[in-house]
Ligand binder design. Structure first.
Ligand SMILES: [Fe+2]
Ligand SMILES: [Fe+2]
Length: 176
């Protein structure tokens, strides 16, 4: 049985993952509009991954006999500046998510909830990747500066992103 404080923390995190899905989808729409289809595709896949994160937590709460309570999703920002500003926002967002996951981990530790701790390990590792990826694009955009052709090259590179393995794993988990 899931402890009430742990359940509340996970429900909050489910809300945060769905908010992330929405934030990145809004960024994807912005990039489509800005004629950067590679950035747009990257953000759209990112958005889809956030959905799988939310569902991973959703399934966990249900598996533990807990009660999922979905929260309202705030309207995401729709007007953005340069690609660098967008990616900096994405990085800051991931840093906030990392802090939230760390505090959720703390709640689970306090309650000696080993199943939740084990489940959250995946998220701790995932956040290392998330921050690393966003920060790499931020740094590359800084190098690019106002070099248009270089920006278009990066757009092509980001457009080559393929759906992540965790999304597929989640689809399998859902089929069980
Ligand atoms: Fe996430
Ligand atoms: Fe993320």
């Amino acid at each position: 049985m899931l402890d009430k404080t742990v359940q509340e923390a996970i429900n909050n995190q489910i809300g945060m993952e769905f908010s992330s899905e929405y934030v990145y989808l809004s960024m994807s729409a912005h990039f489509e509009h800005a004629n950067l289809p590679g950035f747009a595709r990257w953000m759209r896949l990112q958005s889809g991954e956030e959905h799988t994160h939310a569902m991973r937590l959703f399934d966990f709460v249900n598996d533990r006999g807990g009660r999922v309570v979905l929260q309202a999703i705030a309207q995401p920002q729709s007007e953005f500046g340069s690609p660098l500003e967008v990616m900096q926002k994405a990085l800051e967002h991931e840093q906030k998510v990392t802090a939230a996951i760390n505090s959720m981990y703390g709640v689970a530790m306090k309650e000696n909830d080993y199943a939740t701790i084990a489940m959250l390990q995946w998220f701790v590792n995932e956040q290392v990747e998330e921050e690393k990826t966003a920060s790499l694009v931020v740094e590359q955009l800084k190098l690019i500066g106002s070099d248009g052709p270089a920006l278009l090259l990066l757009d092509r590179e980001l457009g080559a992103r393929q759906p992540g393995a965790d999304g597929e794993a989640d689809a399998e988990a859902g089929a069980e």
